[in-house]
Design a binder for this molecule. Sequence first.
Ligand code: MLT
Length: 269
Amino acid sequence: MASTYDDIGKGPAIFLLHGFPFNRTMWRAQADFLSSRGFRVIAPDLRGLGANVTETASDHELKSESPATMDDMARDVATLMDELKVEKAIICGLSMGCYVAFELIHLFPSRVIALVLCGPRAQGPDEAEKKSREAQAQRLMAEGMDFAVQSIYTTLLAKRTIDEEPDVVGHVRQMVLQTEPRGAAAAQRGMGMRRDYSGDLANIAVPALIVAGSEDGVRTPEDAEFIKRGIEGSELVVIDDAGHLMNMEQADVFNDAMLDFLRSQYRER
Ligand code: MLT
């Protein structure tokens, strides 16, 4: 699968894995900030999303069954690491990107130096969630992305962001509307098939930072606490006045927290 990605700066490599239904541009503020502070920042579009869209899959194939699984996406990231000659990296994901990060460290533990998990959830889908994701996938295929924009105002962003950050709201809106519905449907199906990562947490032996938005309408505080309890020695930072896209909504606070974590890791080496 051809991949599209940004690759900026020099230094220890950090992969930034976006959420759903977004693309690599959601990490713009982090790419600029971290690349100017001695890190190499690589932000790919995950399978079927952003500009990473296959030309070949027909509508019929997608309607019948073609999930883009979290395992597929993790293997795509590992392939990109090979192509870019990055043996090991810090892996930072947001939401769906965290599912991919969990798969990546499970499949290739020696390639992950540290984890930054933003708006993560470890538990797998129950039957209701699986059904809801399949219904969403079918709706995306039938109607396109327009209906997904509503979530910006209901669950994704904090009130302050909606009231005071029109550029962030506009950027999120643009990412959602530019997403290829077939890729979004495939990712929804892939998330509906994801493993339960709860049992993986105790095996994660790298430093981990968990970041939560205080007003995240997609995740609960318990989701983050559960992961903090599961990964020994992990840290949790809760960002005020931020929702599910806390890295965009409170970019300065997020960047400082991430840099503190990264610097503490490099000091301890
Ligand atoms: C995301 O932001 O990536 C999604 O909310 C993930 C999900 O639907 O579980």
